[in-house]
Design a protein around this ligand. Sequence first.
Ligand code: AN7
Length: 361
Amino acid sequence: MNSIQPSSGNRWRGIIHEYRQYLPVTDKTPIVSLNEGNTQLVRADNFVEAINGNCELWLKYEGINPTCSFKDRGMTMAVTKAVERGAQVVVCASTGNTSASAAAYAARAKLKCVVLLPNGKIALGKLAQSLMYGATTIAVEGNFDEALRIVRELGETGKVEVVNSINPARIEGQKTASFEICDQLGRAPDFHFLPVGNAGNITAYWRGYKEYHAAKKSDRLPRMFGFQAAGAAPIVDGKPVGEPNTVATAIRIGNPASWPQATAALKDSKGFIDKVTDEEILAAYKLIARTDGIFVEPASAACLAGLIKCVKAGKIPEGSVIAATMTGHGLKDPDNAIKTAGFEPIVVEAKKEAVMKVIGL
Ligand code: AN7
């Protein structure tokens, strides 16, 4: 045993500690945390200017979580509850971020972790994470929806704990992002924009906003605006997509698990869901990096592409306060970043003159 007493300084100790009265935990719950949450809310005026908008845009930069995506909020809860129940093995299907997060929290909790990924359709950084954290990494010859079906079947054996967002603890943890936005803004936004894949996050955010409003911690409820990739837009199109496809591999999902909850969130919040093309996603992805220095993964940029569309269509009243979730860090997907940047490093001789020539001096 370490004889040094842990300090009880006033530092952030993760979302379960900070928001415990809103979460299904007791004093005895063995919390598994990597101090997730407390992510920046960054105002993006340059982006708004570039798109000829007339609104306040606040980006919830979830890429700075411990495994670089919003999934850590749900995973601290799911793995904590798994440990509380005495589970030995956690399992998930994933387009890459859930698996990275599950692998990290399972490592910390000393649980075995098994992840099922669509073979060849995972961004490189996410694959590296799963392998580095030591998860049993299975590449399924199929898409996410097929991997999730297998995971559901594994769950029915009672031998493993499923940590996909069909696990209610996940949604509970993820709703804390809404609490943080209200705390950081001093109010709830008028609109909340986010990308939609399996639809867990839109469900969680709406729940969070409603609970904070009911607790009188915020003054209003935002309208939820979700965006799917055009090649993987089952909710927008009103039917499952058998072979989803998009450059934004994180949201390459054809049959979202939380479809009914997402539909309810959209209806209750007077929200809106639309689809954006890969071209629109990549344009927004590059623009937010170049205008405001914020590097996100393509899936995150889907909601910025959606904002561009909404501004053009006149859907956003002047002066609106908009929050948008930047769900994952840009470094997760170096291949798409290098392809999208549009230029390559300029190789020069190791001489000052050569560099000056490139600069144009
Ligand atoms: C960066 O990791 O589904 O609508 O298996 O990684 O709650 O699914 C990831 C989803 C948006 C969509 N942005 O959120 C997975 C997975 C990023 C994501 C979404 C995901 P949901």
